[in-house]
Structures are given as C-alpha cells and as structure tokens.
Ligand binder design. Structure first.
Ligand SMILES: Cc1cc2nc3c(=O)[nH]c(=O)nc-3n(C[C@H](O)[C@H](O)[C@H](O)COP(=O)(O)OP(=O)(O)OC[C@H]3O[C@@H](n4cnc5c(N)ncnc54)[C@H](O)[C@@H]3O)c2cc1C
Length: 397
C-alpha cells in the first residue's frame, strides 16, 4: 500500500517540479529535460499507464481496489483500470497536499476573477455570443460566425467547445481530419448528469456535516451504472454567505445519459424530472439526512438536456471516456489541430476532465499559440519533427 502511495506522490512531485507549458513546443521540452531529466522520465514512464494496473501491482485487497475504482470514477466517470495514472495522481494528491481550497462566494468567483484578469490586460469579452461556425478560408481557420450573423476574424481561432462539437458542428462542410477520426475511435462521449440544486432548512443537517459526499449504497458493482452513485456538495458548510440565514445549499448529481430523456412530451419530461429527483432525494434521506424532503424550500432539476443546452456540449457529455482500456494518456490530442490556425482547449484535449486539467490545457495552448504568433521562440524544423513524433506515439495508443 505504501509503495502504491509513493507512486502517486512521485508523479505529483514530478509534475510540481516542472514549469508546465506546451508539450507541443520542442524548445521548452528540451529545456525542461535538461533541467529535470529524472522528473521528465518519470512522467514519460507513467504516461501510457493506468491507475488500476498500478494499484493492482501493490494492492490485493478487493475492497480497497474497489475504493480506488470509486476514487477514479469521481474524477473520470470510469473505473481505475480506465483512468490514466497521471490524471489520478494529479487529483488524488492535490486533495491531500495543502488540502482543499474553496473560493469564498462560490465557484463563479473563479470565472469572475479570470474575466477581470483578461479585461485588465486589455482584452474584450463578448457575452451571449453563440458561435455557430468557424470560418475557414483556403484550409485556414480565419474567424467565427455568430448566431446573430456577426462575423469576427482573427489570426488564431481557439475552440473551447468539445472536439465533437468543434469538428462535428462548428466546422461545417469540412471533412473530419484523420487525427480527429483516430480520437473518436479511441474515445466516446462520457454520459452526462442529472443535477438537483436545493435550498434546505439548516437544521436538517447535523452540526458536523462535511461539504463533500459520495454515496454508493449497496454494491461496488453499481458504481458506473446510471443513477448508481450520488455526488453531493454542500458549499454553505464552508461559506454561509451563499444562502439566506438558517439555510443550506445542496448540489446533488448523478451520472445519466441523454437517451433517457429524449422523445418525451414536455409534460412527461417534467413529470420524469420530478420522479427521478424524488427517488434520489429519498436515497439521501435514508442514507444521510432523515427529514430531508420536508426541509426543502427550493428545488431545481437539470437533466443531460440542460447540460447540452447551457454548455453547448454534444449530448451534454461530461467529456471523453476511453472506448476500451486506454494506454494512459498516450492517445489524448493536444491543442494544435489538423486545420491551420485552429486550436482546441478544454476537457477533450490532454490531459482531460476536471478544472485542474482544463486549466493546464489552457496554459499549454496559450504557450503554443504564443510561439506560433512570434511571441515566444520557435523552431519550425523541430516543431515539424515533434508533431510527427507525437502523431506516431498516438498510433500506439
Ligand atoms: C456536475 C459536475 C460536477 C463537476 N465537479 C467537478 C469538481 O468537483 N472538480 C473538478 O475539477 N471538475 C469537476 N467537474 C468537471 C469540470 O467542470 C469540467 O471538466 C470542466 O468545466 C470542463 O471545462 P471546459 O472548459 O473544457 O468546458 P466547459 O466548462 O463546458 O466550458 C466550455 C464553455 O464554452 C462555451 N461554448 C461551447 N460552445 C460554444 C459555442 N458554440 N459558442 C459560444 N460558446 C460556446 C460553453 O458555454 C462553456 O461556457 C464537474 C463537472 C460537472 C458537470
């Protein structure tokens, strides 16, 4: 067990010791390698491996292995055998080194701070702007078209939509590039979520209630089933300013697919939302908080269709999920794409889902773009060689 734990920590420390920038930028990669060769080799060694295989090397207790499956599922919506070791280490260690930090005022404060940072640097953010297509001229992405008909042009286009949306919807009339075909062969869309946001009377929660809960009542084998496990966060335990005095906020969610919610009339859709939410709340009432139902003062239910509508994510997906056991992160695409001038960021790019991972994907992309527009040193010869090498690595995934 201790040996297993030291592997997580080894990876986490290696990640922490490096200046994390674009893995598609060879000059930076060489520099990092000469500064920290052991750490780079450690990460390269674990890159094609999964958490479940490594856990099974050191741990034999089936219950503990199931627990590690559940820990990985919480991050990736798949068990440990399908979760890349680097992702698992990043998330599991981050929880324990320095503990969890919660933004006062709610998670929306992070987005507000990022927006303020961009504006302070002279950027403009256009809200309520729905991109319906990426404009391509002679094979180069040159702009975007909005649903109100406006067209915006730029040297560089970066899509934060999922790769399914970027290549399936926004690039109209373009053939799917070979690289994207390979990505879609390796990864499928993970299911979405049913989310319940509730306001409850504070006295229904025992005084020592924690913020985060993961409920898997009966059987480890239900872990990956739709509605099989329940996630619950109570942010007001940490920040009481989020709710009126004497109340708490509960965010309850469970995995489910959009197929479950399609083909229903509005009346049936609403009735199904009430029914499914009621069942989930009953399970929490039984397991954690007796009297929960009668304490509810506000309730709003979202389905995978809600995720699709408000986040513009195909099928409301949580992100990419390996079609079969992956070779760690080897098959994950980075930020450049086969379309000149078009880059992708977000959870369908390396290293995958989660706020830490997508923030890293953003930093990587910014670095690669900076090199391509001449703000950072670059070598076209080395760039071409590295891109070919990375493409070849992906064929091994
Ligand atoms: C219920 C739930 C709980 C989660 N809990 C955690 C957690 O505790 N910790 C954690 O680390 N991660 C968590 N995650 C995962 C994390 O939220 C995601 O991995 C992350 O937000 C993905 O970031 P992204 O930028 O790739 O995509 P998104 O967050 O989906 O952002 C993409 C943005 O692009 C916009 N967009 C898309 N298409 C268009 C278009 N055509 N025109 C204009 N705008 C467009 C969308 O509106 C959206 O704002 C959770 C996810 C869910 C659903």
């Amino acid at each position: 067990m201790n040996a297993g734990r030291s592997v997580w920590i080894e990876i986490f420390n290696a990640l922490n010791s490096l200046e994390l920038k674009s893995l598609e930028e060879p000059i930076y990669l060489f520099r990092q390698f000469f500064k920290k060769p052991l750490e780079c080799l450690t990460l390269a060694y674990y890159l094609p491996q999964n958490a479940g295989d490594i856990a099974r090397k050191y741990i034999k207790d089936p219950q503990l292995l199931s627990f590690i499956d559940a820990e990985c599922f919480i991050v990736s919506t798949v068990n440990a055998l399908q979760t890349p070791m680097i992702n698992a280490s990043m998330v599991l260690c981050d929880r324990h080194f320095g503990g969890i930090n919660y933004p006062v005022g709610g998670v929306g404060e992070i987005a507000k701070s990022l927006a303020k940072g961009l504006m302070d640097q002279g950027s403009e953010i256009i809200y309520k702007a729905n991109v319906t297509s990426i404009i391509v001229d002679h094979g180069k992405a040159v702009g975007v078209r909005l649903s109100d008909g406006r067209e915006l042009f730029a040297k560089t286009i970066i899509s934060n939509a999922t790769r399914w949306d970027t290549f399936g919807k926004l690039l109209k009339g373009e053939d799917l590039p070979r690289e994207e075909e390979s990505f879609q062969k390796l990864y499928v869309k993970a299911p979405s979520f049913l989310s319940i946001h509730m306001g409850v009377k504070a006295d229904v929660l025992p005084p020592d209630t924690d913020c985060h809960h993961f409920v898997l009542e009966n059987d480890w084998t239900y872990l990956e089933n739709s509605y099989g496990s329940i996630f619950l966060s109570i942010p007001t335990v940490l920040d009481s300013s989020l709710a009126p005095e004497g109340h708490h906020i509960l965010h309850i969610f469970t995995t489910c697919s959009i197929e479950d919610w399609e083909g229903l009339s509005l009346k049936d859709y609403k009735a199904k939302k009430d029914l499914v939410a009621d069942e989930i709340i009953s399970r929490l009432e039984e397991k954690l908080f007796p009297g929960l139902k009668s304490s509810i003062v506000f309730k709003e239910v979202g389905t995978p269709k809600t995720h699709r509508r408000y986040l513009a994510r195909d099928s409301g997906t949580y992100g990419p999920m390996p079609r079969r056991t992956p070779k760690g992160l080897l098959g994950m695409p980075f930020n450049t794409t086969a379309v000149d001038g078009l880059y992708c960021v977000g959870d369908s790019c390396f290293p995958g889902q989660g706020v830490i991972a997508v923030a890293f994907s953003g930093v990587m992309c910014a670095h690669r773009v900076a090199a391509d527009i001449g703000l950072e040193k670059k070598s076209p010869v080395l760039d071409a060689a590295l891109l070919r090498l990375l493409g070849w690595f992906r064929t091994l995934a």
